[in-house]
Design a protein around this ligand. Structure first.
Ligand SMILES: NC(=O)c1ccc[n+]([C@@H]2O[C@H](COP(=O)([O-])OP(=O)(O)OC[C@H]3O[C@@H](n4cnc5c(N)ncnc54)[C@H](O)[C@@H]3O)[C@@H](O)[C@H]2O)c1
Length: 219
């Protein structure tokens, strides 16, 4: 079991599914956890289920102002933010490229790519000033595995799964680390996040690759 006592985490899309499980695990490990979601009622209910370390926070990751406001509100409340889990994501329409509409594509892009960018941009000044931060980007196994049938999901999440070098360079040297997790099934999200946060980034990444990923999926 890892310990993150005294730290603050924000998990996007935390009112349901993998996000709620990640939030519960972080809260059990001692973190204050912002259940950040566009669905206020579901976020409040999830925070209630998780317990006293969790609290709801309104956030629309597709809206830069909403993200900025949410991070400001969070920092006023907790004074610090150490962990960001960019979990909110959209599976998208299960259809090949030629059946995807402009709206299908733009919606997937806004949630799966622009949202994590807004989050990173909003939290980075605080984390850089503290020279500490951990960002986990939840992606999908559909990208490395080249699963067909949901192309707006595959193509947009590929950006998160593979678009790492420049972002990593920006964060390096400022005491910050970012991760991408290509989740394969719901349980994997919890397991991998647990393992990543348990130890130092380098050995965690190596262990995850060894334990969870077939060779062709490794980072
Ligand atoms: N469930 C799986 O098996 C699976 C597999 C591969 C990848 N993933 C990835 O894992 C992540 C979580 O998946 P899940 O199945 O638990 O999701 P989910 O659909 O159960 O929950 C998504 C949450 O995001 C919230 N949300 C939607 N739009 C939002 C917005 N604009 N701003 C803030 N919150 C918003 C929703 O209200 C909801 O609470 C996603 O990024 C998904 O792509 C999941």
């Amino acid at each position: 079991m890892f310990e993150v006592g005294g730290q603050t985490a924000i998990v996007t899309g935390a009112a349901n599914g993998i996000g709620e499980v990640i939030s519960r695990r972080l809260a059990n490990a001692g973190a204050r956890v912002a259940i950040a979601d566009i669905d206020d009622q579901a976020a409040a209910e999830a925070a209630e289920r998780i317990g006293k370390h969790a609290f709801p926070l309104h956030l629309d990751i597709t809206d830069a102002n909403s993200v900025r406001q949410a991070i400001e509100t969070l920092l006023v409340r907790t004074q610090s933010l150490e962990i960001v889990v960019n979990n909110a994501g959209l599976a998208g329409k299960a259809a090949p490229v030629w059946e995807q509409t402009d709206d299908d594509w733009n919606r997937a892009l806004a949630i799966n790519v622009t949202g994590p960018f807004f989050m990173c941009r909003a939290v980075m000044p605080h984390m850089r000033s503290r020279r500490y931060g951990r960002v986990v980007n939840i992606a999908s196994h559909c990208c490395p595995a080249k699963i067909s049938g949901s192309d707006s999901n595959s193509l947009t999440i590929s950006t998160i799964t593979h678009g790492r070098s420049k972002n990593d360079l920006d964060w390096k040297g400022a005491g910050l680390t970012s991760f991408r997790l290509p989740t394969g099934e719901t349980m994997m999200g919890e397991l991998w996040t647990h393992r990543l946060l348990a130890t130092d980034p380098t050995s965690a990444r190596k262990r995850i690759s060894e334990v969870c990923c077939p060779p062709r999926w490794r980072f």
